[in-house]
Design a protein around this ligand. Structure first.
Ligand code: NI
Length: 193
């Protein structure tokens, strides 16, 4: 069973590896990711947010299970980006935290679907923001890295997440770094070679 991980879990800071194959168990993992995303009221979720080191993310801008379109992007790449726009963002890896982030207004993204079809999309608005946020995740970048001018409050919140993570690790709820490396390598061996 996949589980949501929170900042500062090390898997949130890795660069995800491109997928070399798709199989039924990957389909099952993606279904689980949608369940987790809806359960936590999210609109997008990158694989490394559930401790998978794979280059994929899912999205549904409506955030509702039975509405909108469920999007899956495998090996996504932003090919062009233009304009800038600021808006409020949050992230399931840092629940409760919000802040203003500057993003490109329009992006052109290339990716593959689960059935191997190439996707070329030019989008703006909310979906463009989601795509940039999720591709950042796949590169180990978090929205807090792009938040400015929110100094003291942000530092306090981040310290709280770090303290909670340290406690969970002491209690054995989160494996040590070498065990996490091992877990990630197992996924890479399965999907990225
Ligand atoms: Ni996020």
């Amino acid at each position: 069973m996949l589980q949501l991980i929170h900042y500062p879990h090390p898997t949130l800071r890795i660069t995800s590896k491109p997928l070399a194959r798709v199989d039924d168990s990957l389909r099952d993992l993606i279904e689980q990711m949608f369940e987790i995303m809806y359960e936590h009221r999210g609109v997008g979720l990158a694989a490394n947010q559930v401790n998978l080191p794979l280059r994929l993310f899912i999205a549904n801008p409506t955030g509702e299970k039975d509405s909108g379109e469920e999007l899956v992007f495998l090996n996504p790449v932003i090919q062009k980006a233009s304009g800038t726009i600021e808006a409020d963002e949050g992230c399931l890896s840092l629940p409760g935290l919000h802040g203003t982030v500057k993003r490109n207004k329009t992006v052109q993204v290339n990716a593959y679907s689960m059935d191997g079809k190439e996707i070329n999309l030019k989008v703006d608005g909310f979906l463009a923001r989601i795509i940039q946020h999720e591709i950042d995740h796949l590169d180990g970048v978090l929205f807090i890295d792009r938040m400015f001018d929110q100094g003291a409050i942000l530092a306090d919140e981040i310290a709280r997440f770090e303290a909670r993570f340290d406690k969970q690790r002491e209690e054995g709820q989160i494996p040590d770094d070498s065990k996490l490396d091992q877990q990630r390598q197992t996924w890479l061996d399965k999907y990225c070679r």
